[in-house]
Structure formats: structure tokens, C-alpha cells
Design a protein. Structure first.
Length: 414
């Protein structure tokens, strides 16, 4: 899923950004803008954003090595654990999701970070929660390494619990809140009918696709946007180093949200200028992010709807995590609109994960199931599936630059 969602009229999809706030100056760590909706304030959080590049990508072998080592250790643990116990541990995953989501939603890690080790009773007074229920929740989290529980009943930070603090570039607190939200839970509970029909559970349960669902729920929309923003701040430096952007002068980010991806490419490649294309409500919120990143004067804002048309005049068109939100027909519709805007010699750049049909490594297979449940026909795709989409829209797949967890697929007009 992309930063803010599709460019659908009337749907203000939302943001992009990630890693550790320590990389930004103090002034950049305080930008939280309140939005108003139905009498409630919704935080629009630009903390951690500055004109400096996001932290650089790890070596290409780094993430595959870490994920492979983790997988090997987990399999080793399973090999010496009774299989019924190992399966039970997996079956209670829904509980883990809700525990982590509750900690994120009530900002428990922020309170422990600010005030030091605290009992559940002390935390309950600060949050208005039930002390007994909160203690039992945090005790279960501590069993999983999220907080440490001492003999006096105090909970203190661990490496994992600190990942749930607010203001981090990776926006993992918002990610956990999103995954455990009332929007996601009922959709996953309708998994059986998706398994029987192939249709998206989210649409059935909520009576609307995910983008229209967010239209009247600004808080949920902003939480999702911040999560996508965090992912983009991790993916942006990878894409910036993977593709030879020296060959590009003017780049149009189609469905680019508030501009986190585009801004990172412009920060890292000073010769570039950009066009940011998304729905009018999203574009209206992009200026502050682009100014904070120091690239506003190099970006033209182009409100629109990528199902109808995209702006002309760029020599490369970027779609980051757009196509995996949609079925093949609608993905081809978007690509076709990009093709009509292009001249000979222009480039299409699709930034997505590549998930081969009969391979199970990396994060892609689990992300693909999430797309199956939440998005209307959404899916992760193999290289061959991308090639077919490109061909159907008038492109040829030229070059592929891959480094987990993303790839840049280059298309050229046929």
C-alpha cells in the first residue's frame, strides 16, 4: 500500500516517512500539526523530517542475512519444541497483535520513556485504563520481550519496547496501532470467506474499500499514513541508490502522497526536479513536508486522479507501492494513463517487492496475504507478472534493480 492511497476524488489518502529521530535537528523533531475532524484533534506528525537524507540503506546482503538468520533460529527453536506447543504459539498471534496495538495506541512506551520504570497502577492513572487489565497485558508483553517486569511490579524499557515510542522515523508505533485497529481486526476475522471466494474481506466487512473507509475517519487515515511514511523512509534510500537517477532530469511521483519518497530522491540527487501527483486533499498537505525537507522549490504540485490521467512533461514516472493495491485490470488502467503521458525515451519506474510464485523467503509472502484481505484485488507480483502488466499497458520491462525488500522495475514505451 502506498503512502496515502489512490488518487480518488473525495478520498484524501495520507502520508510517507522512517528510522531514528536522532538524525534530525531538534527543530525537526517538534512538528506535530493538529488537524480538526468532528471536534477531535488528529495529529499530523512531521517529526524527524529535515533536509538531511534519511539514514542510508544497509549493504544489499544485510537484510537477507538478518532475515535468513532469524528464520533459521526460529526453525531451530521449533525443531526442539513439541510441535503442538509451536503451533499453539502461532495460533495466539491474534492476541499478540492486539496487545502490541494497545500498547501503541495508549503510548505506554512513551510514558515509560518519559517517567522511568512504572507499575501498571501508575500507568493506569496516566492513561485512564484499568490497572489489573493493564498489568496483565504488559506482563504478557514482557514475556515476549516488550518491556521488562521486575519483582516490584514495575515495567521498564527494552530494545523492543523502545521501538513503540512516538516520533521515530520508522513510525513503528503507528504501524502496530494500524495492524491492531478496529478496521483491520474484523477483516482478518472474515478470512474464511476470502479463502472460499478470493474476494477482499475488508470490502465485505466494512461495505467500502479501504480508501473510502478512511475518507470519514481522519485519525485512522493519519495513523495509516504515518505507518506508510515510516516504510518509505526505509525504502527511499534503497531506491535512490539502486537506480541510476543521473539519467533522469524531471521525475513525476504518481500517487506519491505527501512526497516523502520524492523528497528523498531530490535530497540525494540535487540535479532532479519533481512533480508530485495525488488527490487534491493529499496535495494540500504536501507543502509542509516538502518545505521541511528543503525541496519545495523544486517540486510542482499536481492534484489529480491517476485512474483518469497523469501530468505530462516528466522524463520518468515513478509508482511506489501503487500497483500492489489493485487487481490487474486497474493496475493496467493506471499504467496506461502513465503511458499516454510519456514521450519516446521516457522511463517508467515501479518500486515494489518482487514475490515469486514458488518462493517463500523475505517479507513478501506475508505482505501478499495482507493485500489479499485488505485491498480490492491487491497482490504482490512476480517478475513475470509485472512483465505482463507492463506489456498490457504498452511498456516493455527493461531492467530490474533489486535489493530486499524492494525492487525498481524499469519500463520503456513500446
Amino acid at each position: 500500500m502506498n503512502d496515502l492511497g489512490p488518487s480518488i476524488p473525495g478520498v484524501d489518502a495520507v502520508a510517507q516517512s522512517s528510522d531514528s529521530e536522532r538524525h534530525a535537528p531538534a527543530a525537526a523533531r517538534t512538528a506535530v500539526h493538529p488537524l480538526r475532524s468532528h471536534g477531535h484533534a488528529v495529529e499530523h506528525d512531521d517529526r524527524g523530517l529535515s533536509p538531511r537524507p534519511f539514514p542510508g540503506p544497509p549493504p544489499r546482503w544485510g537484510l537477507p542475512l538478518v532475515l535468513g538468520l532469524r528464520r533459521m533460529l526460529l526453525r531451530l527453536a521449533d525443531a526442539i519444541t513439541p510441535p503442538a506447543l509451536a503451533m499453539f504459539d502461532r495460533a495466539v498471534g491474534v492476541g499478540r497483535t492486539q496487545i502490541v496495538g494497545a500498547i501503541a495506541r495508549h503510548r505506554i512506551a512513551d510514558l515509560v520513556e518519559a517517567h522511568g520504570p512504572q507499575t501498571a497502577a501508575e500507568l493506569a492513572r496516566r492513561t485512564g485504563l484499568d490497572a489489573d487489565a493493564l498489568h496483565r497485558t504488559l506482563r504478557a508483553a514482557a514475556w515476549d520481550g516488550i518491556f521488562a517486569l521486575d519483582a516490584r511490579g514495575r515495567f521498564s524499557q527494552t530494545r523492543l519496547s523502545r521501538a513503540l515510542c512516538s516520533g521515530r522515523l520508522d513510525r513503528m508505533r503507528e504501524g502496530c496501532e494500524y495492524m491492531a485497529s478496529p478496521a483491520m481486526g474484523p477483516a482478518w476475522c472474515d478470512y474464511e470467506r476470502t479463502l472460499q471466494t478470493g474476494g477482499p474481506a475488508f470490502d465485505r466487512v466494512h461495505g467500502a474499500d479501504v480508501w473510502r473507509f478512511f475518507e470519514g475517519r481522519p485519525h485512522d487515515r493519519e495513523v495509516f499514513a504515518q505507518f506508510m511514511m515510516g516504510m518509505t523512509t526505509a525504502h527511499g534510500p534503497i531506491a535512490a541508490s539502486l537506480y541510476p537517477f543521473a539519467d533522469v532530469r524531471r521525475l513525476c511521483d504518481v500517487g506519491g502522497g505527501r512526497g516523502t519518497m520524492l523528497s528523498e530522491l531530490l535530497v540525494r540527487h540535487p540535479h532532479l526536479s519533481g512533480v508530485l501527483c495525488d488527490s487534491p486533499g493529499v496535495i494540500a498537505s504536501a507543502r509542509s513536508l516538502l518545505e521541511r525537507r528543503g525541496v519545495a522549490e523544486r517540486v510542482t504540485l499536481a492534484p489529480g486522479n491517476f485512474f483518469e490521467s497523469v501530468p505530462r512533461g516528466a522524463d520518468a514516472y515513478l509508482l511506489k507501492n501503487i500497483l500492489h493495491d489493485w487487481d490487474d485490470a486497474r493496475a493496467v488502467q493506471v499504467l496506461g494513463n502513465v503511458r499516454r503521458a510519456m514521450e519516446p525515451g521516457h522511463k517508467l519506474l515501479v518500486v515494489e517487492d518482487i514475490v515469486e510464485t514458488n518462493q517463500s523467503h523475505g517479507l513478501g509472502p506475508v505482505a501478499d496475504v495482507h493485500m489479499m484481505i485488505v485491498c480490492s484485488g491487491g497482490r504482490e507480483r512476480s517478475r513475470a507478472e509485472f512483465a505482463r502488466l507492463f506489456e498490457s499497458a504498452g511498456f516493455a520491462l527493461a531492467r530490474v534493480f533489486a535489493a530486499q525488500p524492494i525492487a525498481v522495475l524499469e519500463g520503456v514505451p513500446r
